[in-house]
Design a protein around this ligand. Structure first.
Ligand code: NAP
Length: 289
């Protein structure tokens, strides 16, 4: 049980966590924090939070669990504001999509990675943002990855683990560098590709026809290009090394595919498409989702 949960950033992820913990009455009180009073009043009206503050230092005062659910680019400034105001028994965790950058921010602000900080990342989301997009079942049977460092307090890890399990998620622990490399490949690269493809096509002279006659496959492939711009800009900056590494790998393979199409190399196309289909079908039991 959490006595007083502070969610800084009551948007899609922070709002959904609050919703899902409310569902199982896991917190005696949920305090919201953000910059914009209107969206916090909306969160209050929706019953996501019990009260709110616009000052992060005031919001965390007396709370035993603090969740940072702000865009990656805002983590540093929020950490700076809350660090001196935390209660002695407070555990702090975050939901940022890249972990090494949050740890660098923390080291910069606090001077070291404190034992009370448990880096985390729920691997769940939608292309929508804000508290109105939040819902109680977002984390049901989805993964949450925790990336504690060697001296993170095991009791703090357990408390964050229990919180996410109560929100419906499966919790796993992973090395931070591995997390950033894996997520660069499975989440960050697809977003970069979707944004890049839609932008390229939108700037072509026949773009009206392209979008008018796009079928379901195009919509499926590009759905995530409707995601929040600020958030994805920040994620690309926060995890740039890992993203560039997997992007370079992909570009090499894409060049080879381009050559095969240009040269009419049916065998190569068949080989690549066959390998890809087999790999995807193995994972997702065949067909499209
Ligand atoms: P969101 O819906 O836009 O919510 C972000 C919230 O943060 C907003 O309510 C915003 O409210 C608040 N905020 C922004 N800057 C702030 C600041 N300086 N101080 C205090 N509050 C601030 O975004 P989200 O999708 O929930 O993403 C939040 C975090 O979750 C990001 O770090 C992202 O990497 C991570 N994440 C996202 C997904 C996903 O699919 N969306 C999945 C996993 C993890 P105000 O404008 O009122 O300040």
């Amino acid at each position: 049980m959490i006595r007083s949960l502070c969610v800084i950033g009551v948007g899609l992820i922070g709002g959904s966590l609050a919703h899902s913990l409310r569902r199982v009455q896991y917190c005696q009180e949920i305090v919201g924090c953000g910059r914009n009073r209107q969206s916090l009043e909306r969160a209050l009206a929706l019953g996501v939070i019990d009260r709110f503050e616009t000052d992060p230092a005031a919001a965390v005062r007396g709370c035993d669990m603090v969740v940072l659910a702000v865009p990656m680019g805002a983590m540093r400034s929020v950490l700076k504001r809350i660090a001196p105001a935390l209660a002695p028994d407070a555990v702090v965790t975050d939901v940022g999509s890249a972990k090494q950058d949050v740890i660098e921010a923390l080291t910069e602000v606090v001077g070291e990675v404190p034992a009370w900080f448990v880096p985390g990342h729920p691997v769940a989301g939608t292309e929508r943002s804000g508290v109105d997009a939040s819902f109680a079942t977002l984390f049901d049977e989805r993964s949450v990855i925790l990336t504690p460092v060697s001296h993170t307090d095991p009791v703090a890890v357990q408390r964050v683990h229990d919180m996410w399990e109560s929100a419906g998620a499966y919790v796993t622990t992973m090395d931070m560098a591995r997390h950033d490399a894996v997520l660069a490949a499975t989440s960050h690269l697809p977003h970069v590709l979707a944004y890049g493809l839609v932008d390229t096509l939108a700037r072509m002279s026949q773009s009206d026809d392209i979008f008018a006659f796009a079928a379901g496959g195009f919509r499926d492939f590009t759905r995530i290009a409707s995601s929040d711009i600020e958030m994805w800009r920040d994620i690309c900056l926060a995890n740039r090394e890992a993203i560039v590494s997997v992007l370079d790998h992909y570009l090499d393979d894409l060049h080879r595919l381009r050559e095969a199409i240009h040269d009419g190399d049916a065998a190569w196309l068949q080989e690549v498409f066959g390998r890809a289909k087999a790999a995807r079908d193995r994972r997702y039991s065949g067909g499209t989702e």
